[in-house]
Design a protein around this ligand. Sequence first.
Ligand code: NAD
Length: 294
Amino acid sequence: MKRAIRKVAVIGAGSMGSGIAAQFANGGVPVVLLDVAGPEDDRTAPARAGLERQLKAQGFMDPSAAELVSVGSIEDDLDAVADADWIVEAVVEDPVVKRRLFARLDALRKPGAVVSSNTSTIPLAQLTEGASEAFRRDFVITHFFNPPRHMRLMELVAGPDTAPETAALVRDAAETVLGKTVVDCRDTPAFIANRLGCHWMSVAAIEALRHGLTVEQADAMAGAPFGVPRTAIFGLLDLVGIDLVPLVWGSLLGALPAADAHHHHDLTAEPLIRRLIAEGRIGRKAKGGFYRLA
Ligand code: NAD
């Protein structure tokens, strides 16, 4: 039977997972959205909170589309992936957590169901370490950008064992259902956009801080004159989540060949970044970040 995407499961209902789930629902595809379990009396609360954030986001999601999304918890409802044609993983950027989840998904998914990771920086080869042959055939990285509702780009990374029809199926659904522009990337550290973007952002952020610019001045300078949104550097870090800085930069710098890593700055080492994380001021999803948003 020809493979088609009739039902999707998204695991992880944070900034990215909830946005990706909302896009599928807007495209008319039923979605199961799972996150870690909430308190005993409200186990689906984290996933539901993700969906509610999308409903509030500038009227992006049609309330009737929200009816296509069923929420649950990874602990209680993971078997709901069994009839999904495409399972999108968007949990925390940690290869161990992701690999453990993949092993569980592999046991539950139906034969031929695609599994993709939204990792920003973890190489595909690392994500599929120890995975079954069948899993490797059906696995790709689909790297969406934040916020998924506005960003058209999706990077698609296929591994040496990925079946060509798996990559073709994902490409077709991303283009036709989600309206994405799909760019094929090799399995290189941070792929294309983040390899460039992380370098640019760390140089710009560190220079701005060292020259004593305010975040507003730095964003004004690095934004409009270069044709990028006014959130440029610090606003973008608030949007992405400052807590992701150690994970993303750590993973990127760990994966780069030494000669390349040498040219990259480690934004995690910046005292201001460390202080904001320690204070829980990790950006828009918390009580503000570089900009006071709360
Ligand atoms: P987020 O922190 O908003 O969401 C991550 C979700 O993972 C949370 O809802 C959390 O409850 C869940 N989680 C935490 N620990 C878990 C565990 N042990 N098991 C299962 N779930 C767990 O993060 P995000 O920004 O949505 O990032 C998700 C993925 O998407 C990451 O791999 C990240 O690198 C990638 N990504 C992020 C961005 C971005 O700009 N934020 C862009 C592209 C890709």
